[in-house]
Design a protein around this ligand. Structure first.
Ligand SMILES: O=C(O)CCC(=O)C(=O)O
Ligand SMILES: [Fe+2]
Length: 320
């Protein structure tokens, strides 16, 4: 079976080079990175986002907060191959560059980190402040914790959707899920209102678990427009992605999000993308009688291909 990394390699980034601007060396925003002033760039409005405590016995009910009325996030990116440092994967769909550099990891973060920082690799999780214990296996432990959290969340979502776990056999072996970790950096910007941290997109994943400490993340709400998602100490943001949108027959809509340059500090975020194995076929499930499926069945690999071809039309392309 192929891996997520192999599937992405089949759909490389279509830009001439993948190296971001040397942000430290610029004092003005170059034309290549100057975006037209957009609605909401200057807005300091916060959107109210529901918070769920997964230990709460009522967590399954609270999962309803993730569905239609409230929206969360999604995304995807990487350089020419599937992994490593470079421009956001979505860069090829926009004619301006973003005020962003990123590092994508698929597979073992420990192997990536050892390659990059042979002497310092254990600091990686500490720097990025993800849940972990302090032992020699800190990297694998961090990855495992994220996988456990994602699996718990997935079980609760399936329960809420009344989807039998029989339909998701892969969930029984968490290590077969396709996961990717994206480290994002948004350097200080001399003219924040002309720059775009990360352009509007929805994530391809089932959902993305996002860690942010500094504001800048905005989501788009129909009838409201763009609003900031307040960082909450000790909480992670869950962005619903396109694959869950399909699986839930749009009961959990994937949400358009972007990053704007808000604070006079460099911003970092860590996104953990969680998807089924690449050969898994997704179709709307848990429909009650009379409910009509809105989407054709599609494999994860095929959907990644559709998204690589046309970022914003992938969902519409499988609409029944
Ligand atoms: O930096 C953020 O808050 C959002 C990152 C994101 O949307 C992504 O990595 O897909
Ligand atoms: Fe995203």
């Amino acid at each position: 079976m192929s891996t997520l990394s192999q599937v992405y390699t089949q759909h490389p980034l279509k830009v001439h080079y993948i190296i971001p601007l040397d942000f430290d060396s610029v004092v003005t925003v170059p034309d290549s990175h100057a975006w037209p002033i957009s609605d909401g760039f200057e807005s300091n409005d916060w959107l109210s986002i529901p918070t769920i405590d997964l230990k709460d016995p009522d967590a399954v009910k609270l999962i309803a907060l993730l569905s239609s009325n409230y929206q969360k996030l999604k995304a995807l990116r990487s350089p020419g191959g599937a992994t490593g440092y470079g421009l956001a994967r979505i860069s090829s769909f926009f004619n301006k560059f973003m005020w962003h550099e990123g590092f994508t990891i698929m597979g073992s973060p420990l192997d990536h980190a050892k390659e990059l920082w042979p002497n310092d690799y254990q600091k990686f999780w500490q720097v990025h402040a993800l849940p972990c214990t302090r032992n020699d296996d800190i990297m694998e432990d961090g990855q495992k914790k994220m996988e456990e959290l994602a699996t718990t969340l997935m079980h609760k979502i399936l329960e809420y959707l009344a989807v039998s776990e029989e339909e998701m056999k892969w969930l029984g072996s968490p290590e077969v899920a396709s996961t990717a970790l994206q480290l994002n950096s948004y350097p200080l910007c001399p003219d924040p209102n002309r720059a775009m941290g990360l352009a509007p997109h929805t994530d391809t994943s089932l959902f993305t678990i996002l860690h942010q400490r500094i504001s800048g993340l905005q989501i788009f709400k129909e009838g409201v427009g763009w609003g900031l998602v307040h960082p909450i100490t000790g909480a992670l943001v869950v962005n619903v992605g396109d694959l869950l949108h399909i699986l839930s027959n749009a009961r959990f809509p994937s949400v358009l999000h972007r990053v704007v340059m808000k604070e006079t500090k460099q911003r970092f975020s860590v996104a953990f993308f969680y998807s089924p194995p690449v050969d898994f076929n997704l179709a709307p499930l848990g429909l009650s009688s009379g409910q009509i499926p809105l989407y054709h069945s599609v494999s994860v690999a095929e959907y990644v291909g559709r998204k690589a071809k046309d970022l914003n039309k992938a969902l519409a392309s499988i609409r029944i």
